[in-house]
Design a protein around this ligand. Structure first.
Ligand code: ADP
Ligand code: MG
Length: 269
């Protein structure tokens, strides 16, 4: 595994210069889909850096290239041109197996549709990413329990997805994304299927993971309301970065929740 050495030497070099390795460094990324009769240039010369501990929202209209960008960031796909350093590792040169390996070790994914296994308990869903590791069963279970507790679901370990609300299912998915202790959490429209209150609850979990545990988050949304919980917003249009700016009046989900009227008894966790 060549990139292990690559990672170490990059970290050592960065340490010697007194710099932290960015979690994400995209350098002149292009993506061209050549599947149809005419090639689609989905990303055009995208360069950006995300430092450890940032919370970034990527915004843009449908077709602007958000998913293409997320697929590259998540090592699900490779850029046509340009370089992608993930936590100091050149992910743009890895083959399919190597990308699967780096995904398991470095990235947690949260999707709009939760993507939990049905007929499988919350705890087992959270444990899934650990099945690819060599951790002993007891350690896997311990870590999964901790991750579920972190999202406030310690008491729902044995519940199956169909016994949980949408918000609870998404919290299980967040716990699953954290269980490998990833360098980067990627969320694609994580509140797209949720009502307003539940969306704020999910954003409060992301904000506390980011603030209290220093987890780096990149979240895709087409809703400005949701993007304003992040510290930085990147707007894409036609495959290019149109704007990249710090959020001035950042929303605070925990504060907002404390000031909402109480939820109906039956909706409570
Ligand atoms: P968004 O997520 O912002 O809606 P996408 O990244 O999905 O945008 O798409 C960007 C452009 O690339 C669109 O024109 C889309 O039609 C095209 N595209 C996306 N995926 C593929 C693919 N697998 N093959 C061909 N074209 C694609
Ligand atoms: Mg998309």
């Amino acid at each position: 595994m060549i990139w292990r050495n690559g990672q170490q030497s990059t970290a050592v070099e960065a340490g010697a210069r007194g710099l932290a390795t960015p979690v994400i460094a995209l350098e002149h990324i292009h993506k061209v889909y050549a599947t149809g009769s005419t090639p689609v240039h989905a990303l055009r010369d995208v360069s950006l850096t995300v430092e450890r501990g940032e919370f970034v929202a990527i915004m843009g209209a449908s077709g602007s290239g958000k998913s293409t960008l997320m697929n590259i960031l998540g090592c699900l796909d490779r850029p046509t041109r340009g370089r992608y350093l993930l936590d100091g590792i050149d992910a743009s040169r890895l083959n399919r197996d190597e990308r699967a390996d780096i995904r398991n070790r470095k990235i947690g994914f949260v999707f709009q549709g939760f993507n939990l296994l049905p007929r499988t308990s919350a705890l087992e869903n959270v444990e899934l990413p650990l099945l690819y590791t060599h951790l002993p069963a007891r350690e896997r279970e311990l870590r999964s329990r901790r991750a579920l507790a972190l999202v406030g679901l310690a008491k729902r370990e044995s519940s199956h997805p169909n016994q949980l609300s949408g918000g609870q299912q998404q919290r299980v998915a967040i716990a699953r994304s954290l269980v490998n202790d990833p360098a980067l959490l990627l969320a694609d429209e994580p509140t797209g299927n949720l009502d307003t209150r539940t969306s704020i609850e999910i954003m409060s979990i992301f904000q506390s993971l980011n603030r209290e545990r220093g987890i780096t988050i990149v979240l895709v949304t087409h809703e400005a309301d949701i993007a304003n919980y992040a510290g930085r917003i990147i707007v894409v249009r036609d495959g290019r970065i149109l704007r990249d700016y710090a959020v001035e009046r950042r929303r605070d989900a925990a504060y907002e929740l404390a000031n909402l009227p109480p939820p109906d008894e039956e909706d409570a966790a």
